[in-house]
Design a protein around this ligand. Structure first.
Ligand code: TYM
Length: 334
């Protein structure tokens, strides 16, 4: 049976990249009637220091974004990671399965650690093994993510395979990454070769889910582009990363294929295309932002939803992790 799991870090505000690459697609999976489990991964967030009050706030804001985007906590399981201890328990076991060599090849670690890897947390290094635990604690089969998580999911597969081999069992499934749609890698509005990210120092580089309509429109109008009009074939977007990015964003927001957008705007100048994109972005994002703000008025209600989700998540993960303890030879006698 198909079971979807995915997670988002509450380590800052959410961006248009998170929305198009993840949230929007999470909602589509829910609407397909598949079992869906979604998690605010607060344990991952603390791999770099987080202000405690901000972390709490951002976890609630993330949950509000899920709900505002269309996640129904009655149909999907929505919770924060630290409330379900199976994640860290299995994460430790996977630390003993994963190899140092595998982890040191993770490009996200290398990017985040930079040259000063002596001074980053041990947790940042082990990050992908906790991510594998998130997924496999539920024996999830499919994981919708943006392009940047692909390598982590390959590692998840390697961990599942090695665990099964080391213990001579067919226990963990080998998960399928689900990286699909027009916006699997939304790029910075200032530099079409860089990923749109909550950690970019320039706020102009990204659209935040908390931006108001004016700010969204202004950021799109000021987005970096080249001077050429839009081409009339997909091929014409080659070597035009900024143009390609705006067309991808349009397609993903409109729910059209990239080819369709190219057909509709063949030969258009950015002076025409950008205002159309800005209108579309505001029309799609403003209702979500307003609903997020409304939900954030009642933090206790959000906490209640996360707690209920955690209880349902625990009911699935607990028996699976208990079986793992049994497989690896731990005495469980109380
Ligand atoms: P995080 O919090 O960085 O991002 C959450 C999701 O948003 C996607 N994403 C993007 N997609 C397209 N364009 C972008 N510019 C963009 N930026 C972010 C990410 O690919 C991701 O799907 N390690 C994960 C969180 C995680 C997780 C998991 C995911 C922890 N455990 C288990 C799946 C399954 C992360 O840091 O995502």
């Amino acid at each position: 049976p198909t079971r979807i799991f995915s997670g988002i870090q509450p380590s800052g505000g959410l961006t248009l990249g998170n929305y198009l690459g993840a949230l929007k697609r999470f909602v589509e999976k829910q609407e397909e009637g598949i079992e869906t489990i979604y998690c605010m991964v607060d344990m991952h967030a603390i791999t770099v220091w987080q202000d405690p009050e901000k972390l709490r706030q951002q976890t609630r804001e993330g949950a509000a974004a899920f709900i505002a985007a269309g996640i129904d906590p009655a149909r999907s399981i929505l919770f924060n990671q630290s409330q379900v201890t199976a994640h860290v328990e299995l994460g430790w076991i996977f630390n003993c399965i994963a190899r140092m060599g595998w982890m040191s090849r993770m490009t996200q670690f290398k990017d985040k650690a930079g040259k000063n890897s002596e001074n980053v947390s041990l947790g940042l290094f082990a990050y992908p093994s906790l991510m594998a635990a998130d997924i496999l604690a539920y024996k999830a089969t499919h994981v919708p993510v943006g392009e940047d998580q692909k390598q982590h999911l390959e590692l998840t597969r390697d961990i599942a395979i090695k665990f099964n081999n080391d213990y001579g069992v067919t226990f963990f499934p080998v998960v399928e990454p689900v990286i699909e749609g027009a916006a699997t890698r939304v790029m910075s509005l200032r530099d079409g070769t860089k990923k749109m990210s909550k950690s970019d120092p320039s706020d102009q580089s990204r659209i935040n889910l908390t931006d108001d309509a004016d700010t969204i429109a202004k950021k799109i109008r000021k987005a970096k582009t080249d001077p050429e009009p839009l081409p009339d074939t997909l091929d014409g977007l080659k070597d035009r990363p900024e143009a390609r990015n705006l067309v991808n964003i349009y397609a993903a927001l409109a729910g059209h294929s990239v080819e369709q957008v190219i057909r509709d705007y063949a030969g258009a100048q950015f002076g025409t295309f950008k205002p159309a994109l800005a209108d579309l972005a505001v029309a799609k994002l403003e209702p979500i932002t307003l609903e997020m703000n409304r939900l954030m008025q009642d933090p206790a209600e959000i906490d209640r939803i996360l707690g209920q989700g955690a209880a349902r998540a625990d009911a699935i993960a607990r028996p699976i992790v208990d079986q793992v303890y049994d497989i690896i030879g731990m005495i469980r006698s109380r």
